[in-house]
Design a protein around this ligand. Structure first.
Ligand code: COA
Length: 157
C-alpha cells in the first residue's frame, strides 16, 4: 500500500493506544530516529527505561492491529504539571489524525492523575510543530526556560 493510502486509512483503522512494552522498544527508538527526535545527549533507551521506572511517567504507544508501532507520546507528572515529550507519528502516517489521538491519550493520563495543565517544550528551530499544537489548543507561554546539568557539564544553547 502506498504511504498516502496508508495515511488515508489511519484515521479509522483500529488503533490501540497503551503503555510501551519490552517488545516495542526497538521500534519506538526507530520511530524517534525517523522523526529526528533524538539528540546526542539523550540516549533514547535510557530515556525509556527512566520513564518506565519512575512511577510518574508513561510512554504511550499507538499500535496497528498487527502490533506495528505507529505513534508515541511520553507523558510525565512532575507533581504539579503534566509534561509531554517524544510526541511522534510515523512519517508516512502524519497528517491523518494520529498525533491528535496520541496527545489526547496523554492528556487523559494527566487528568487521571489530577493534573490541570499540560505543557511541552518545542525547540525554537522546530517551527513546523507549533502549528500542530496550536490546532490542539496549546498556546505559546511567555516564559524563559532555565536549566542546568546536575553533573556540572557546561550548558549549550
Ligand atoms: C507533530 C506530529 C506529532 C503531528 O502528528 P500528525 O499525526 O501529523 O498530526 P494530526 O494529523 O493529528 O494533526 C492534528 C491537527 O494539527 C494540524 N497539523 C498537523 N501538523 C501541522 C503542522 N505542521 N502545521 C500546522 N498544522 C498541523 C492538522 O492539520 C490537524 O488539524 P485538524 O485536526 O484541526 O484538521 C508529527 O508531524 C510528527 O511526528 N512530527 C515529527 C516529530 C515532532 O516534531 N514531534 C514534536 C516534538 S515537540
Amino acid at each position: 500500500m502506498s504511504a498516502m493510502a496508508a495515511a488515508g486509512k489511519a484515521k479509522d483503522a483500529p488503533i490501540a493506544i497503551g503503555p510501551i512494552t519490552d517488545a516495542d522498544i526497538e521500534a519506538v527508538v526507530q520511530l524517534w530516529l525517523d522523526c529526528d527526535l533524538t539528540r546526542p545527549w539523550n540516549d533514547p533507551r535510557a530515556d525509556i527505561a527512566q520513564a518506565r521506572r519512575s512511577g510518574s511517567a508513561e510512554i504511550l504507544v499507538a499500535r496497528a492491529a498487527d502490533g506495528r508501532v505507529l505513534a508515541t507520546a511520553m507523558v510525565g507528572d512532575d507533581g504539579h504539571r503534566g509534561w509531554l515529550y517524544y510526541v511522534a507519528v510515523a512519517p508516512a502516517l502524519q497528517r491523518s489524525g494520529l498525533g491528535r489521538r496520541i496527545v489526547a491519550a496523554a492528556e487523559d493520563w494527566m487528568r487521571s492523575r489530577g493534573i490541570a495543565k499540560s505543557q511541552l517544550i518545542v525547540r525554537a528551530t522546530n517551527t513546523k510543530v507549533r502549528g500542530f499544537y496550536e490546532r490542539l489548543g496549546y498556546a505559546e507561554q511567555p516564559r524563559v526556560l532555565m536549566a542546568r546539568w546536575l553533573d556540572g557539564r557546561p550548558m549549550t544553547p
